[in-house]
Ligand binder design. Structure first.
Ligand SMILES: [Zn+2]
Length: 159
């Protein structure tokens, strides 16, 4: 198999201190457009993992809650290891602004969101609509917020 270097697999997952927002890369396309790729790490790798139903509901909620707080959101998708999300945006963006938006979104999930606010929970609008838990999403959001979101993956610089 040809070897390619994937940045995420170069990161020492034992050295990081979650929760944090890490700017992974800024990449430029052939026409000069730029995108920024972020690691939104919500829980400590290899120590905790967010249950799939809660993670799934957080995913659906972040899709809207981050777009209302940030411009240029392209995609926010969960890691297979269930410890956080990739966020990809248009342009060059600052991780402190992303961390503030994430904090605001998680606060809204923890405190305000009701089941009626969760988008895409029907058989037509989701690929696994039975696998959602707003209860789990809220409990994880509260725990993540109690720990604080750092703008540095290796040192706690909580916003
Ligand atoms: Zn879904």
């Amino acid at each position: 198999m040809p070897q390619v270097e994937v940045e995420s697999f170069q990161l020492d997952h034992t050295a990081v201190k979650a929760p944090y927002v890490r700017k992974i890369t800024i990449e430029e396309g052939p026409l000069g457009d730029k995108i920024t790729n972020f690691d939104l790490r919500l829980v400590q790798p290899n120590e905790e993992a967010i249950g799939m139903a809660g993670l799934h509901t957080i995913e659906h909620l972040l899709a809207g809650l981050l777009r209302t707080r940030l411009t240029g959101v392209i995609d926010c998708s969960p890691f297979g290891c269930q410890t956080g999300f990739h966020l990809i945006t248009w342009g060059e963006q600052d991780n402190t602004e992303i961390a503030k938006a994430l904090k605001g979104a998680l606060t809204e999930i923890a405190q305000a969101v009701t089941w009626e606010d969760v988008p895409g929970t029907t058989i037509e609008s989701c690929g696994n609509y039975k696998n959602h838990s707003l209860f789990s999403a809220k409990e994880w959001a509260k725990l993540i917020l109690s720990r604080g979101i750092s703008t540095d993956p290796f040192e706690r610089k909580v916003i």
